[in-house]
Ligand binder design. Structure first.
Ligand SMILES: *Cc1c(COP(=O)(O)O)cnc(C)c1O
Length: 372
């Protein structure tokens, strides 16, 4: 089997139109933030977040950072986040001077568990920031209720969830702000980039000021800010991708439905909660009861023996990372620990062929089925 081509775990799709768009901007001679960024913001708003004002920045992490700062988060505040996510979620909180407080997840969706969030609330809690992990919406009703009870702001890390909906409304349209990443492996890309969907004009203005040295008018700096601007080159790529992402999402869903059927007898396939649409940034299964080492052996065999690219998102809970361990909670996060040991993300991206899907299913049966 070693002569088989590797099925990549993820594959950004960059076509002729993206290349032509970059060329058009390059030839214009104006490449920094300008009209392409403004058009991208307007089109993204219209297509993905129900018309909310959007502000483009140079990465998803910058989007979280500036969204938090614009919302007034800083030293002395606590923001409740999941530990089972990419480190950018908690990093952005810590960089404002606030304290990330880690809560546990629900076993089915891998997303923040409102009951665990409620337990983590203290006098200092200012906000809760769920992640719509893997493209499945977080429990916005449950979290909204906890936030309302305790007077907390709600923010959304929608880095992985372009187009996912919760009871008919798009993710990114619930929080004070919602951030989408445009990194190449995400469901759509601008090369690098982030988009901040804002609940009101005040937050949007805050993010705009912070991304541009605190200036609305040149050299009339109003606040201390950064340079986190998106370039017109990146926006031009993003605008083209925006015209394709809905079709790609349909293909991701169809691939996931096929894998659900094919794999449900050997692994725990990702459930979709009622009222939610999942956009399958990742197709993440559980090897129920596995230790981290047993799961790692499955990953190794899939990659090396069957040439099926796959990933573990995320093997180490954030509160166990060297960088974030000082924020480790006193209480245990048992579902976080279990997920970190059991999960494997299989390829689900829109470039997969029917033959690839069949190879993935056969490989999982061979590797996991053999051991069970
Ligand atoms: C990718 C990602 C980010 C950060 O986005 P970048 O564009 O890479 O900075 C933040 N949160 C989550 C959950 C992500 O997956």
């Amino acid at each position: 089997m070693s002569d088989l081509p590797m099925i990549p775990a993820a594959k950004p799709i960059i076509g002729e139109e993206e290349r032509a768009a970059v060329d058009r901007v390059m030839r214009s001679g104006m490449v920094a933030q300008g009209p392409e960024v403004a058009a991208f913001e307007a089109e993204f708003a219209e297509q993905l977040v129900g018309g909310r004002t959007c502000v483009a920045v140079n990465s998803g992490t910058s989007g979280l950072h500036l969204g938090l700062l614009a919302a007034g988060i800083g030293a002395g505040d606590e923001v409740i986040v999941p530990s089972f996510t990419f480190a950018a979620t908690a990093n952005a909180v810590a960089l404002t001077g606030a304290r990330p407080v880690f809560a546990d997840i629900s076993a089915d969706t891998f997303n923040l568990d409102p009951a665990s969030v409620a337990e983590a609330v203290t006098e200092a809690t200012a906000a809760v920031m769920p992640v719509h992990l893997y493209g499945h919406p977080a429990d916005m009703d449950g979290l909204g209720q906890v936030a309302a009870e305790h007077g907390l702001a709600l923010f959304e890390d929608a880095a992985q969830a372009h187009g996912a909906t919760y009871h008919g409304a798009p993710v990114g349209s619930f929080g004070v702000f919602g951030m989408f990443s445009l990194y190449p492996t995400k469901n759509m890309t601008s090369g690098e980039g982030g988009m901040v969907a804002c609940a009101d004009e005040e937050i949007a203005r805050g993010v705009r000021l912070l991304r541009n040295q605190g200036m609305e008018r040149q050299y009339a700096n109003e606040v201390v800010g950064l340079n986190n601007r998106m370039t017109d080159i990146h926006a031009a790529i993003g605008r083209v991708q925006l015209t394709k992402v809905a079709g790609w999402t349909e293909t991701r869903r169809a691939n996931a439905a096929w894998l659900d059927e094919a794999l449900g007898d050997v692994v725990v396939v990702p459930p979709v909660r009622q009222g939610c649409t999942h956009v399958y940034h990742q197709y993440t299964v559980r090897i129920a009861g596995a230790t981290g080492a047993e799961r790692d052996e499955v990953v190794r065999a899939l990659r090396e023996e069957h040439k099926v690219g796959c990933g573990v998102y995320y093997p180490t809970p954030n509160h166990e990372l060297v960088s974030l361990a000082r924020f480790a909670p006193e209480r245990e996060l048992p579902e976080t620990a279990r997920a970190a040991a059991e999960v494997i993300s299989l390829p689900v991206h829109p470039s997969l062929s029917q033959g690839d899907l069949e190879r993935i299913a056969a490989a999982v049966h061979a590797v996991v089925g053999a051991g069970s």
